[in-house]
Design a protein around this ligand. Structure first.
Ligand code: SAH
Length: 238
């Protein structure tokens, strides 16, 4: 069934506007009476029957809203140190497909890219990538891309598990860390192409992160977050 996000929701009715109207009317050629799935982008979805189509809006009669079935049990936030141009898009797209719930771009010592304010344009572009990926992968939420934060200003207080992937970690594997402790609000931290300095890992550990190894092979920064997301959800999903 076709699926659309909307935040224009009233009792028993909802409206979709914007590019989706053309998609519904001209590309999919849906008509009054056809049924689609609507999602509020906050974890709820429903079946909805098209009541009317105008050039700028499609109005639906909605059936009862229910919790979206596609959301993972664990909410993963990826703290991604800024990679080189273009890679953040790939990271966001793939991690949304895999089930990450939120993204925080992080400025660290060895980032080649230094983001300067105003950040809005860049964040909006990344947010659109997240939305497209959420639609495509039928997520129940549109994962949020947050404003960039400097590594030493990171705050993990809202998380119950914080895992920093460190390429020089020799002792603790992701698997071990997850089996010892795995909450429902999980932060993962990934370094940039140049990796983390020892001082940065110390800072992250002081802030409550566990330094973990992803194995004996060194992954590219854009691979690390994807691998962690997939492995964590493999571990926590039924
Ligand atoms: N330039 C570094 C590698 C950086 S890889 C070097 O040559 O050693 C980029 C980031 O991906 C790392 O900072 C880390 O967060 C993550 N990463 C990649 N491979 C990893 C591994 N085997 N274990 C833990 N983290 C890894």
């Amino acid at each position: 069934m076709h699926r659309f996000f909307t935040n224009e929701i009233q009792p028993n009715t909802a409206v979709v506007r914007g590019d989706d109207v053309k998609h519904i009317a001209k590309v999919l050629r849906l008509r009054a009476g056809d049924v689609v799935q609507l999602c509020d982008g906050n974890g709820r979805e429903c079946n909805a029957v098209i009541r009317s189509i105008s050039p700028d809006a499609v109005t639906f009669d909605t059936e009862p809203w229910r919790e979206a079935t596609s959301e993972p049990l664990a909410k993963i936030t990826l703290f991604q140190c800024l990679p080189k141009a273009g890679k953040m898009e790939t990271i966001i797209q793939k991690c949304v497909e895999l089930g990450a719930c939120s993204f925080v771009p992080v400025q660290s010592e060895r980032c080649v890219v230094v983001l300067k304010p105003p950040y809005e344009g860049r964040i909006e572009r990344w947010q659109r990538v997240s939305e497209e990926a959420a639609k495509q992968s039928r997520r129940g939420v549109i994962p949020k891309v947050q404003l960039p934060v400097a590594l030493d200003k990171l705050d993990f207080t809202e998380f119950d598990t914080v895992l920093a992937a460190y390429e020089n970690e020799q002792t603790v594997s992701l698997k071990t860390a997850l089996r010892e402790r795995c909450g429902k609000a999980i932060a993962i931290v990934v370094g940039p192409e140049g990796g983390f300095s020892e001082a940065e890992v110390k800072t992250l550990v002081q802030k409550g992160a566990r330094s973990v190894s992803l194995g004996t092979r060194i992954l590219r920064t854009e691979t690390a977050g994807m691998a962690m997301t997939a492995q964590i959800l493999y571990e926590v999903e039924p």
